[in-house]
Write a protein that binds this ligand. Structure first.
Ligand SMILES: CC(C)(COP(=O)(O)OP(=O)(O)OC[C@H]1O[C@@H](n2cnc3c(N)ncnc32)[C@H](O)[C@@H]1OP(=O)(O)O)[C@@H](O)C(=O)NCCC(=O)NCCS
Length: 301
């Protein structure tokens, strides 16, 4: 992808997701206009220049599929993968996936992704290529009113806004909890040159970190994540603060289905489920020892 392709790539992501969920799911996914979807191109290109593959159809010269990918210290992550509805089932997505798999094999790193558990086309694409699901997430949603949500405090969890100096500690904590490392991503969120990121952290008794939670606020995306924390209470304490950051919008986050205390706390706040996702890997799977909350903006987990 070059910057000349941003408009077409954003249109393709928009029409692909909306067509798929309108025809096979519970209605169009992206409520914003396609121009706002260019945010995916902007953010992914800023983090990993030149790491978006597109497939062009010989017959029409039009883009048929695209996929972002992200090499990191200990893994490669596969981001948004879409085919244009006119080219569903043509093998364009599979061709791109093959390229990313070959890249990860050359790097000798596991290839990871988070994919919808309600979208059999997506599951099958990855499953046929050998990916194995190993963690399940429920996408939870709350409409936050403009005056904010009045949520009870989570005892013992103090939250403060993240600072650029937190990036190494965030990376170290994530490595400890989920085995991956991506300090440059955290630095990007904390520096916030795009003026869309927010980072909250919670400290341990010695000034180290017990958890962090990032979020994005943009007309094209109001996702919460990525985040990790040592336990459910810390995750809930961070989420409580992040939900009230720039209120007056619908917020969505991925909660690990096996973190019952966190999930039940979210229900008690009025959260509803809106999707299911699985974390999948081709290659070595790292063990998870805490709470992880991945996201799709950017999907570098
Ligand atoms: C997900 C998506 C990219 C898949 O694209 P696609 O056009 O179906 O992919 P391809 O045709 O390149 O390849 C699909 C492969 O899965 C296989 N497949 C599809 N459905 C299958 C099923 N039910 N069981 C087994 N295999 C299946 C196909 O046979 C093909 O493999 P093969 O060539 O080895 O036979 C496309 O449906 C899409 O863009 N959806 C909307 C956006 C989206 O949901 N993206 C993923 C977000 S998690």
């Amino acid at each position: 992808m070059t910057s000349d392709d941003w408009v077409e790539v954003a249109e393709m992501i928009h029409v692909s997701l909306n067509y798929w969920y309108a025809s096979k799911g519970d209605g169009p996914k992206l409520k914003c206009g396609p121009e706002h979807v260019q945010l995916h191109c902007q953010v992914n290109e800023a983090l990993d220049p030149g790491r978006c593959l597109v497939a062009e159809m010989d017959s029409t010269g039009r883009l048929a599929a695209c996929c972002f990918y992200h090499p990191r210290e200990r893994h490669v992550s596969l981001g948004i993968m879409v085919a244009h509805p006119n080219y569903f089932g043509t093998g364009a997505a599979k061709a791109i996936l093959g390229e990313v798999i070959a890249f990860a094999e050359k790097e000798e790193k596991p290839l990871r992704l988070v994919s919808s558990a309600m979208n059999l086309d997506s599951f099958s694409l990855y499953n046929r290529a050998g990916f194995v699901p190993y963690a399940m997430f429920q996408d939870m949603l709350i409409d936050v009113p403009s005056e904010g949500l009045d949520l009870p405090e989570i005892e013992g969890v103090e939250v403060r806004t993240g600072r650029v100096e937190d990036a190494p500690a965030m990376a170290a904590l994530e490595r400890e909890i989920s085995g991956i490392e991506r300090e440059s991503d955290f630095r990007h969120f904390l520096e916030n040159r795009e003026d869309i990121w927010h980072v909250s952290v919670t400290e341990d008794a010695s000034g180290g970190l017990n958890g962090f939670l990032c979020s994005v606020t943009h007309p094209g995306c109001s996702l919460i994540g990525p985040g990790v924390s040592r336990n459910d209470q810390q995750a809930a304490g961070l989420l409580r603060v992040v939900l009230n950051h720039e209120p007056g919008r619908t917020r969505v986050w991925l909660a690990p289905c096996d973190k019952t205390e966190l999930v039940q706390t979210c229900y008690s706040w009025g959260a509803r489920n809106c999707e299911l996702h699985t974390a999948q890997v081709l290659g070595e799977k790292y063990n998870i020892s805490g709470v992880i909350m991945p996201t799709f903006m950017p999907e570098t987990w």
